[in-house]
Design a protein around this ligand. Structure first.
Ligand code: B12
Length: 452
């Protein structure tokens, strides 16, 4: 069958992100014998006329829509970045130019599959990992068999079933120009139980690692064929607790590619030897899901590590000259005046790094935070979460908390509250030609300011 895959993500913060999910689906469909065309709305200038023309020329039998984000999880700017309205317009547009059934997938979609499918008015949905399910669904459509509108894998894919992503030359050129980064996945699954997080139901709880040789071959291919020199590993947590990530790191050290990499880390203890290996393998930046800055709020989020772990982790990497960014959320479960004071003290103890500080936590169905929000009367059990709704601790006044944090961080160029300020600065820097993470450049600005 002829399948038009369409990534409708238009988010450019913190930088434009290559549509990796679409590339994985393109690969699985091609391997199953389908003819696939990938269309990336952002790199096509967000132009409806280009989409219409792609539909008219390609005449697809099926359209697959990849929905990465629904918002930006930032309570200060969430509605401005809400993308479901745009996605619905695109579905309407497609309907007026093709009779092909429309299938939706992607991490944003998978958060609320029923509600989003209804809202968009598409035909089918695939929640969670999509490679096997999309092939099965296309067989069903071709054979005109009936079945459920929404499919979800009953058995997580083994990593041998995951084909290398099919990168599109034109799309990759755009992202290399715009951000200088391309994502690659080295494993799926997250075994942790953070109170607010949806990762386990996007990728499952069981960690499944890809063959490290294949991942490094993909990196080499990206470098050789497309000139990519910075990879972002998109794993929920790169440093898995069983240390599987070290197998990949060893291959990276052995192959010694001229490619740097960055990833999400959990701030847990690593040995000096492990850090040496990471350094030698080309590690550039670490984004750390620290999330809370006080013992009580860390435990309210069920993080499983302490403030000291965060500080030690930071120290271990900044002393090697690595760039570290921490993500914090204030106003989570258990937040009160005392925990805010503790958080500000701990933020001060984190040297030579940036911190993005969000206020309130985006409530997502199926999380323990969702249940808690209902219990505490923050939302009702039937409340729609399609538009962003945030949990704020009832133990502290929001405005008081915001003022206290803003006042304490005033003048700092490495602490971003609200995080939108950093996004604006990074946008400007990118316009001046900066590439890669960009937040890493903000660290030196603050160090220079302190030296003055
Ligand atoms: C890595 C990551 C990042 C990195 C990306 C780095 C890079 N260069 O690629 C960074 C840190 C930059 C980032 C930024 C953001 N992110 Co992010 N990110 C992730 C993460 C952990 C992995 C995404 C990924 O690439 N996975 C690997 C690919 C292969 O998987 P996939 O896209 O899910 O695709 C699979 C399926 O979804 C499905 N599928 C995908 N498309 C399609 C299409 C069809 C037709 C079908 C059938 C199936 C299908 O099949 C694929 C293969 O199995 C997810 C959480 C998660 N665990 O999924 C959050 C996540 C996607 N991000 C999220 C958000 C909000 C953001 C930001 C808006 C945050 C911010 N405030 O800045 C920005 C937006 C960036 C942008 N420009 O779009 C949310 C989205 C949900 C929401 N609330 O909207 C998620 C789910 C995390 C969360 N907080 O809940 N992110």
């Amino acid at each position: 069958m002829k399948v038009l895959l369409l990534s409708i993500n238009i988010e450019k913060e913190p930088y434009p992100v290559y549509p990796l999910g679409m590339a994985m689906i393109a690969s699985a469909l091609t391997a199953a014998g389908h003819e696939v065309k990938q269309f990336d709305y952002l790199s096509m200038g967000r132009l409806d006329c280009k989409l219409i023309s792609a539909v008219q020329v390609f005449q697809p039998d099926v359209v697959g829509l990849s929905l990465r984000n629904i918002d930006n999880v930032d309570s200060f700017s969430g509605m401005k970045h809400w993308s479901l309205g745009h996605a619905r317009d695109v579905v309407h547009l497609l309907r007026s130019h093709t009779d092909a059934p429309i299938i939706v997938g992607g991490p944003g979609y998978s958060l609320m599959p029923e509600a989003i499918l209804d809202y968009l008015g598409a035909d089918y949905g695939i929640a969670g990992e999509g490679e096997r399910a999309v092939v099965e669904l296309l067989d069903r459509i071709r054979e005109m068999r009936s079945g459920p509108r929404i499919m979800r894998e009953q058995h997580a894919l083994i990593t041998d079933e995951i084909c290398p992503p099919m990168f599109d030359k034109n799309i990759i050129f755009f992202y290399n120009q715009e951000s200088g980064l391309v994502g690659l996945q080295t494993k799926r699954g997250c075994p942790h139980h953070c109170a607010y997080c949806c990762y386990p139901f996007l990728e499952g709880h069981v960690v499944r690692t890809c063959d490290p040789e294949m991942v490094v071959d993909d990196m080499a291919r990206l470098h050789h064929d497309h000139g990519i020199d910075h990879i972002y590993f998109t794993d929920s947590v790169f440093n898995d607790c069983h240390g599987k990530y070290l197998e990949l790191v060893l291959v990276l050290v052995r192959k010694n590619l001229p490619v740097r990499w960055s990833a999400f880390f959990r701030p847990t203890l690593m040995s000096k030897e492990e850090i040496d290996l990471l350094e030698r393998s080309g590690l550039q930046g670490l984004e750390v899901g620290s999330d809370a800055g006080a013992e009580a709020t860390l435990s309210g989020l069920n993080k499983g590590f302490s403030c000291l772990d965060i500080i030690d982790f930071n120290e271990a990497f900044i002393t090697r000259g690595k760039s570290v960014a921490h993500y914090f959320i204030i106003g989570g479960p258990g937040e009160d005046e005392a925990t805010i004071t503790e958080t500000l003290n701990n933020l001060d103890r984190l040297k030579r790094c940036v911190a993005f500080i969000y206020s309130g936590i985006r409530i997502l169905p199926g999380t323990t935070l969702h249940a808690r929000s209902i219990d505490e009367g923050v939302i009702t059990s039937s409340e729609s979460l399609l538009q962003p709704v945030y949990y704020h601790s009832p133990l502290i006044d929001r405005e008081f908390m915001h003022n206290k944090v803003s006042t304490a961080l005033r003048g700092r160029r490495d602490r971003f509250f609200p995080p939108g300020e950093a996004m604006e600065r990074m946008n400007v820097m990118r316009r001046f030609g900066y590439k890669g993470l960009v937040w890493d450049r903000l660290i030196s600005t603050e160090i220079k300011r302190q030296q003055k």
